[in-house]
Design a protein around this ligand. Structure first.
Ligand code: BGC
Ligand code: NOJ
Length: 835
C-alpha cells in the first residue's frame, strides 16, 4: 500500500495521507540550526547540539506517537459571532487533533517541507525550513478562502519550549517547574529560562503581524487535563495572555484574519536561537521585584529580516540553489527511475543528513545519548566527501584529534567539544582502520595530499600533536601489534559489530555491553578486522608511495600480505569466511557452530578486500551468503539466529532472533556484499542485492516496511522475527554512505581513485545504459554508458571528448579506464561502450 509518491522533478516525496505507518520525517537545516519535521508538523529543533541546546520539547515514545511540534490551530467562526459554540476548529497538519481534512498533502523536499490541506473552503499551506544564513526555523503560513462567503478565522500557533538541556528537561522536575521565564514584546515571545544565570542565549517565537493575544503558560493555554488536541484557549476563541512563571513555558500567538472569497493571507512565523555577548546580555538589569529585560538586538535584526513574506521566499530560493549545487555534483539518469532518484537525490540527501547529525537526533535516536562515532563518522564521509570536500577535510582532522597515541580510539566524541567521550570508552579494535578509509577517500576525491601533513593532536592534547600521516600509521600499526593466536586482529570490546562482545561476559541485567568491564582475553580475534585491514591496507601503502615513503610502503605491503595469509589459513571455514574466534578460542561463524554458523560481515568485507578472488573462495563465500542469508528484504546478518543468550558472545545474543545484530537485516553491511559481487563481475546479483534494501523499491509495501520510502533504515527485521520485513531506525545509519558507494562507484562504476576517475560499470545485463554527470576535482564529466551489448561487466571502448581513450597500460590501474584530472572548469564528454 502506498502513502505517497516521488515527485522527481521537484525532488520531493509527496505524502498523500497523514496517517503514515510511522511518522515520516524530514530534516530542516544544514549549518548550525536543525529541525526534525514530521509529515504532521511534529518534531523539534535545536541549535548545534540536540541535547544541550534544544529549543522545543519533544517526548519520545509518547502516546500518541509524535506528539509535539509546531502546531497551528484554525478556528472558522460562524457568521454570528455570538454563536461561539458552533465554530469549526481543526489542526490543518492533521495532528494533534487528527482533524478530518478535505485534502492533505505533505511534501518533503531538500531541507524544507510543505504541508497543504483544506477544510470547508479554507486552504492552508505551511512551508517550513531553516534558512542557510540564520539560526531559525521559518514557517510561512498561507490561508486562502476558497469558499463563496467571507470567512472570519482565528489562528493560534503553538510550540512548547524545552528548557535547553533535553536530558534535564525530561528528568529534573523538582528544579524545572520553578525556573521557566518568558518575556513578550509585540508579536514576539521570548523564552529566557536560565538566561538570568549562565546562559547568554534565548529563543524567540514570533510572527510578522500584530497579534490579538498570546499565551506562554502551557496550563493556561491547554487546560491542565487536556492534551494538545483540545486546548482551552482555542475552544474559547481567545488567548489568555498568560505569562509563564515556572512550570511549562510555551509560545502561542492568537491572530485574527478576515478573508473575502478568493482572498489569501500570509503569515511568517520564526522560531529562532539568539545569542548575546556576555557583557551585553541585558537591556535592563534586574531590580528588586522586577526581572531583568533581555537584550533583544539579535532577535530584532532577525525578525526584521523576515518581516516580509518575500524575505522568506528568497531564503527558500537560496536554499534550493544550495541543493541544486550540491546534488549537481553527481546526477544519474536511467530508465530505472527508482535507482536514479535514490542514487541521484535521496541517497545523497541522506548522506548529508548523516554528515550533519551523525547518530544524534532522529525519531529513533533521542538526541541525548550518542556522540559522533569514530567509525561511523569515517564511514559517513564516504558518502558525502564528493559533496562537501572541505568539510570532509575538517571532519577528518576532528576525528583524528581524538585518537589515542597508540592508534586506538575513543569510540565516540562529542560534537560541541570535539573531545573523546569517556562515557562510552574505547577498545573497539576496528575503529583505527576506518580513519585510513576516510582519509584515503578524501585524498582520492580531492587529490589533496597536504592533509597528511596537518599537525593533529592525539587525545586532543596539542603537546602530543603529530602529522595526520602519523595518525594513519598508528592506526595501521595498532592492528598489526594487536593480533591473537592465529595472527588475526584481536577484537577488543567489539569490531564493526558493536554487539559481538567477546571479552565481556556480562551477567548483570541492564548492564551496558558498551561500557562494562572488558576482560582482555588476548585470544578473541576478528576475521572482519582482518578483512578491513586488507581493504584499507593497500590505501595506506599507496599513500606512503605517493608521498615518498617507499620503505614504509613495502613494510606495510608485507603486513597486508601476511594478514591475507592468516585469513586464508585460519579465517576460512570451507564454504565461507569465519567470523571470529571467541575468548576460549572457539570458532564463530562456522559450520561447527550450533547457531551463528555463517555471518555476512566477514564474507562481504573479505571479498570486497579482494581475498579469495583468485582461488575461488570469493565466489564460494558469496554463493553461501546467497544460499543461507538471502531474504526478499535484504541479507540477514547471520544464520541461524542465536536462540539463547550466550555469555561469551555478548549483546548480539541479547536480541530476540531476527532483530538488530541477531539475524536482523542490518542494512549497513548489505552493500559490502553488493560491492563484493561486482568484484566477481556479477552485475545482476550485485543489483539484486542493491534493490533488496533500497527503500524506493518497497514503496508499495509501506504498510509492512512502515518507514520512509525515501531513506534507508538501519535495520529490517529478519526472517526469524515475527515482524519480518518491518524496518526500524531510519535516517542515521552507515547504510546511507555504503549504499551510495556501492551504486555510484561499483555498480554504475564511476570511482574516484588517486589518478582520476576510474570507470568500470557492473550492471545487470538487461540494463541498457545510463548517464551520469560527475563533478570531480574542478571539472565536470558527462558520462554516458551504452550497454546495448547486454553484458554485466567489461568495456569495449571509451571515447573522451570525441577521441578514443585507452585503458592504463601499467601501474596499479593497469587494464582499467581512468579518466584524467582536468581541473579546467570545463565539461568533458565521456562515452563508454560496454561489451
Ligand atoms: C545497538 C547497536 C549499536 C550500539 C551503539 C547497541 O545497543 O544494538 O546497533 O551499534 O548499541 O552503541
Ligand atoms: C550501529 C553503530 O552506529 C555502528 O557503528 C555499528 O557498526 C553498527 N550499529 C553495528 O553494530
Amino acid at each position: 500500500m502506498q502513502y505517497g509518491y516521488f515527485d522527481d522533478d521537484a525532488r520531493e516525496y509527496v505524502i498523500t495521507r497523514p496517517d503514515t505507518p510511522w511518522p515520516w520525517i524530514n530534516y530542516l537545516g544544514c549549518g548550525d540550526f536543525y529541525g526534525l519535521f514530521s509529515n504532521t508538523s511534529g518534531g523539534y529543533c535545536f541549535y548545534r547540539d540536540a541535547r544541550m541546546l534544544r529549543l522545543t520539547r519533544y517526548r519520545y515514545n509518547n502516546v500518541p506517537v509524535d506528539s509535539g511540534g509546531r502546531y497551528f490551530y484554525l478556528r472558522d467562526n460562524p457568521a454570528q459571532s455570538a454563536d461561539l459554540q458552533s465554530a469549526d476548529i481543526w489542526t490543518p497538519s492533521w495532528k494533534p487533533m487528527k482533524s478530518s481534512l478535505d485534502r492533505y498533502e505533505c511534501r518533503h523536499g531538500m531541507g524544507y517541507s510543505r504541508i497543504s490541506s483544506a477544510r470547508n473552503g479554507l486552504a492552508f499551506t505551511q512551508v517550513s525550513f531553516v534558512p542557510l544564513e540564520d539560526t531559525c526555523e521559518v514557517h510561512k503560513i498561507t490561508l486562502t478562502n476558497e469558499s463563496e462567503k467571507d470567512k472570519s478565522i482565528d489562528i493560534f500557533s503553538f510550540i512548547e519550549f524545552c528548557l535547553w538541556n533535553a536530558n534535564d528537561d525530561m528528568t529534573n522536575f523538582q528544579r524545572n517547574f520553578s525556573i521557566g521565564e518568558v518575556e513578550v514584546h509585540g508579536s514576539a515571545i521570548y523564552h529566557k529560562t536560565e538566561y538570568r544565570e549562565r546562559r547568554n542565549h534565548y529563543a524567540v517565537w514570533a510572527v510578522n503581524v500584530p497579534i490579538e493575544g498570546f499565551d506562554t503558560d502551557r496550563e493556561s493555554f491547554l487546560g491542565l487535563y487536556n492534551g494538545f488536541d483540545s486546548p482551552d484557549a482555542v475552544f474559547a476563541g481567545k488567548a489568555g495572555n498568560s505569562m509563564a512563571s515556572g512550570w511549562a513555558p510555551i509560545g502561542s500567538h492568537h491572530i485574527k484574519a478576515q478573508l473575502a472569497p478568493g482572498e489569501s493571507k500570509t503569515f511568517v512565523f520564526v522560531l529562532a536561537y539568539c545569542e548575546n555577548p556576555d557583557n551585553q546580555k541585558w537591556e535592563k538589569r534586574a531590580a528588586h521585584g522586577v526581572p531583568g529585560v533581555i537584550n533583544k538586538a539579535p532577535a530584532d535584526l532577525l525578525l526584521k529580516k523576515y518581516s516580509a513574506p518575500e524575505a522568506a521566499d528568497k531564503a527558500l530560493n537560496d536554499l534550493n540553489r544550495y541543493w541544486d549545487d550540491l546534488l549537481g555534483r553527481f546526477t544519474v539518469d536511467a530508465e530505472d527511475k527508482k535507482m536514479a532518484r535514490m542514487a541521484g537525490v535521496w541517497n545523497q540527501y541522506q548522506c548529508m543528513v548523516t554528515f550533519n547529525m551523525s547518530r544524534s537526533a532522529s525519531y529513533f535516536e533521542s538526541g541525548i545519548g550518542r556522540g559522533m562515532g569514530f567509525r561511523d563518522s569515517n564511514q559517513d564521509l564516504l558518502g558525502f566527501v564528493h559533496l562537501v570536500p572541505e568539510r570532509a577535510r575538517a571532519r577528518i582532522l576532528d576525528i583524528a584529534a581524538t585518537q589515542f597515541p597508540d592508534g586506538s580510539a575513543y569510540h565516540q566524541y562529542q560534537p560541541l567539544t570535539r573531545r573523546g567521550n569517556n562515557e562510552v570508552g574505547s577498545g573497539f579494535n576496528d575503529d583505527p582502520l576506518w580513519l585510513i578509509c576516510g582519509a584515503a577517500a578524501y585524498i582520492k576525491e580531492t587529490g589533496d595530499y597536504s592533509i597528511l601533513e596537518e599537525k593533529v593532536p592525539f587525545d586532543n592534547n596539542e603537546e602530543l600533536a603529530d602529522s595526520l600521516f602519523i595518525h594513519l600509521k598508528r592506526s595501521f600499526d595498532y592492528t598489526i601489534t594487536h593480533t591473537g593466536p592465529h595472527g588475526l586482529p584481536l577484537i577488543g570490546r567489539a569490531d564493526w559489530n558493536d554487539c559481538l562482545n567477546l571479552n565481556c561476559f556480562s551477567a548483570v541485567p541492564g548492564e551496558s555491553f558498551q561500557t562494562t568491564a572488558n576482560f582482555e582475553s588476548g585470544v578473541a580475534e576478528s576475521v572482519l578486522i582482518a578483512a578491513i585491514f586488507v581493504f584499507a591496507g593497500p590505501d595506506y601503502v599507496e599513500i606512503c608511495r605517493r608521498t615518498g615513503r617507499a620503505e614504509e610502503a613495502s613494510r606495510a605491503e608485507k603486513a597486508v600480505a601476511s594478514m591475507i595469509d592468516a585469513v586464508n589459513k585460519h579465517g576460512w571455514d570451507g564454504n565461507w569466511f569465519l567470523r571470529a574466534y571467541d575468548a576460549h578460542g572457539k570458532k564463530i561463524g562456522s559450520s561447527e557452530c550450533e547457531d551463528g554458523k555463517i555471518f555476512i560481515e566477514s564474507n562481504g568485507f573479505a571479498v570486497m578486500a579482494g581475498i579469495g578472488l583468485q582461488d575461488g573462495r570469493a565466489k564460494k563465500a558469496l554463493d553461501s551468503v546467497k544460499e543461507h542469508l538471502d531474504t526478499p528484504y535484504g541479507i540477514v546478518l547471520q544464520q541461524p539466529a542465536y536462540r539463547e543468550y550466550h555469555l561469551e558472545l555478548g549483546e548480539i545474543s541479547s536480541y530476540p532472533p531476527g532483530y538488530k545484530e541477531n539475524a536482523g537485516i542490518f542494512c549497513h553491511n548489505n552493500p559490502w556484499v553488493t560491492i563484493a559481487e561486482t568484484m566477481l563481475g556479477r552485475g545482476g546479483r550485485a543489483f539484486e542485492t542493491y534493490k533488496m534494501i533500497c527503500p524506493a523499491y518497497r514503496e508499495d509495501d509501506s504498510k509492512l516496511r512502515r518507514l520512509e520510502p525515501y531513506v534507508y533504515a538501519q535495520m529490517v527485521a529478519g526472517r526469524d522475527a515475527p515482524r519480518f520485513g518491518e524496518a526500524k531506525n531510519s535516517w542515521l545509519t552507515g547504510t546511507a554512505a555504503w549504499t551510495f558507494v556501492s551504486i555510484s562507484q561499483y555498480i554504475l562504476g564511476v570511482r574516484p581513485v588517486y589518478d582520476g576517475l576510474l570507470i568500470n560499470p557492473c550492471i545487470p545485463a538487461d540494463m541498457k545504459g545510463y548517464t551520469i554527470t560527475r563533478h570531480f576535482r574542478g571539472a565536470d564529466y558527462h558520462i554516458s554508458v551504452d550497454n546495448s551489448a547486454g553484458v554485466e561487466k567489461g568495456i569495449k571502448s571509451v571515447t573522451l571528448d570525441g577521441r578514443p581513450f585507452e585503458a592504463c597500460a601499467a601501474g596499479i590501474y593497469a587494464g582499467a579506464f581512468v579518466l584524467p584530472v582536468f581541473g579546467d572548469g570545463k565539461v568533458h564528454k565521456v562515452d563508454v561502450v560496454m561489451g
